[in-house]
Ligand binder design. Structure first.
Ligand SMILES: [Zn+2]
Ligand SMILES: [Zn+2]
Length: 140
């Protein structure tokens, strides 16, 4: 599968090739800032098949956490493109909203970081909701 996408202003473009590792939605507090308040919808792709084809992203990682994710975004328009997580080496976590064709995302296989879920967040019927990352205890 080849996914192409970019930011809102077009300054950043990327291509991601390979088999998607998983599709999900993340309810963590950090994602709420970035999404505007909803869970982020994400698709994990192999880092080896990813490259920026236009522009260079800015990057941010919190320095008050032991193993922070690094978030890459367009400094011009503010669109968040992806996160790199120490918990998922070799993977990139793409924001579905940046895909040229968001319909490539067929829905979440899992919902993660339910510990931070807000009462107005919805998890589709039958989709497991993990307390934190995949493999952590599930919540109702
Ligand atoms: Zn941009
Ligand atoms: Zn998150």
């Amino acid at each position: 599968m080849k996914i192409e996408g970019g930011c809102y202003c077009g300054g950043l473009r990327y291509a991601a090739e390979g088999d998607p590792m998983f599709q999900g939605q993340c309810h963590c507090r950090e994602c709420q800032y970035i999404s505007g308040g909803s869970p982020n919808v994400i698709i994990a792709m192999p880092a080896a098949g990813f490259s920026y084809t236009r522009g260079k992203p800015s990057a941010f990682a919190r320095d008050d956490l032991d193993n922070p994710v690094t978030r890459e975004f367009c400094a011009h328009c503010g669109t968040h493109i992806l996160a790199r997580s120490p918990a998922l080496p070799g993977a990139l976590i793409l924001k579905v909203g940046t895909l040229d064709d968001p319909k490539l995302y067929s829905g979440p296989q899992m919902a993660i970081f339910g510990i931070d879920r807000q009462s107005f967040h919805r998890v589709p019927e039958g989709v497991p909701l993990f307390e934190r990352g995949p493999g952590s205890p599930t919540l109702d």
